[in-house]
Design a protein around this ligand. Sequence first.
Ligand code: PMP
Length: 465
Amino acid sequence: MQTQTYRQLDRDHHLHPFTDFKALAEEGSRIVTHAEGIYIHDSEGHRILDAMAGLWCVNLGYGREELVEAATAQLRELPYYNNFFKSTHPPAVKLAEALCRLAPPHMNRVFFTGSGSEANDTVLRMVRRYWALEGKPDKQWVIARENAYHGSTVAGLSLGGMAPMHAQGGPTVPKIAHVRQPYWFGEGRDTSPDAFGRECAAALEAKIQELGEENVAAFIAEPVQGAGGAIIPPQSYWPAVKEVLARYDILLVVDEVICGFGRLGEWFGSVHYGLEPDLMPIAKGLSSGYLPIGGVLVGDRVAETLIERGGEFFHGFTYSGHPACAAVALKNLELMQAEGIVERVRDDVGPYLAERWATLTGHPLVGEARSLGLIGALELVDPATGERFAKSLGAGTLCRDICFDHGLVMRSVGDTMIISPPLVITRAEIDELVRLACEALDETARRLAAREQADESPLREESGS
Ligand code: PMP
């Protein structure tokens, strides 16, 4: 089918996630047809460097035959069976074991889901159930952070701190509170990063005291906020949060949906930051996005209570531990280990990206360039003032669209440009990424200057997971 036919059918029948339907109908969608390595191709013949690894997930890159074979073989053998009714199947069992071997030593159980959102729904139910079983049924409040992303189901959006989602969410799940995020560039520049990190940890402690420790079940956070804008917390933040948590008996949930599986140069972001979570929701990189699968890694403290005192946990999904998805995830983990992907991110391409990415601070449009492992962000600022552009100018969306035109997927969150490339990216490809980003920044600067002069109307801003 031709591009126009696809576009028409898409416009007529397909409601896209996180999309202004009317605006997309006017503009038309990009039809992505195939991909290999770190590049996607569209129906108009463009080859585009995918610096977002799909949606933070295609960690081993596109076109991995081994993953295709793992799926095919499993689909032939046993395409589906559930894990309800005292049943299971080899791929779910093998994956559970492999995951627990990679997880921190105190985490020895996993509950499978179909996605990251379902994983966080599971988290919410599990932490409340845990405390009920511990004889503390009042411990129900979960403290999360403003501008966090934990999914798009009702529990996911309630745990998340995305203001536009809450505005559309109607009444959200009760007893979830949000504290400030450790976003130094956005909210803390009147003080030093370290002082700001400590202030954010103090805000957590103040919230625990306000709600009462006896009412608080858990604190949930991403190690590095992804969808919020690749927000790498100040060095002081996690150590200070650890100190706070040590003073109270509440559970720690670390959302590893993006940071898990090597993104920060360790198997889990928790390992990078020395955290000991009670629960870790996972998804995305678990299968490199080839098939949908998620889960919650459960620490011994919670697992023992659920098992010993629990009775039936009335929770689960048709696709919890789906055999083909589990087989692909297992193969994905095997390949990551065989190819030393995590070490490569930590010791080679992560530091190389940091070095090359930092050169972009020299660009007049860039107020900050930050990266950790293979996640990075650029804060766009007005060269004239060094401050952010007026929101109405739509600088981030403009830059994002120009990136696409230059053959680069770099996403925008407001005026923050973010990347999270496949973990298999090479040094040469990082050079190309940085070159393309630089070209796109030049073009953005030119167009913004013209827009400011002509008072041209900006593009619409979009959000997303
Ligand atoms: N948690 C985090 C940290 C995420 O980034 C996302 C998705 N971007 C989710 C949860 C939700 O995952 P899913 O889209 O698979 O439901």
